[in-house]
Write a protein that binds this ligand. Sequence first.
Ligand code: HEC
Length: 111
Amino acid sequence: MKKIFFALLAGTFLLTACGETQSEPATEGLKPEDITLPDTYDAALAEATNKRSCAGCHGVDLQGAGAYPQPITGLTKEEVYIAIVEGVGRMPANMVTGEEAENLAVWIAAQ
Ligand code: HEC
């Protein structure tokens, strides 16, 4: 009986531990100083990414559209990258990832 009790107890701890790691995305709290982004960008790729994933809410010219009528220009590339990775308010996180996200952030900051 004692063994079963300890098995249950251990199981509960394991479940709790798993739940905690899953609810905390690894990228949460990303800081500008933690990010290294390229200095150059592929404009054609960035424009395509923007049209596909961002323009619906921010406009093809980044000056704002239906969901968010303010421009997203005038930010640093790190700020834009963090917005892409973590999401902002009602904006979903990780719509674009990896090098495509880096390229997009650098391009947006340069507009
Ligand atoms: C579903 C609509 C939607 C899509 C798609 C979307 N965004 Fe957003 N975005 C928003 C909203 C809404 C905000 C403002 C959030 C708030 O303040 O609550 C925002 C905010 C931002 C900001 C922060 C602006 C600031 O002044 O801090 C950046 C940068 C940004 N978005 C970039 C992007 C990029 C890049 C993409 C494409 C990968 C994208 N967004 C796709 C809705 C969207």
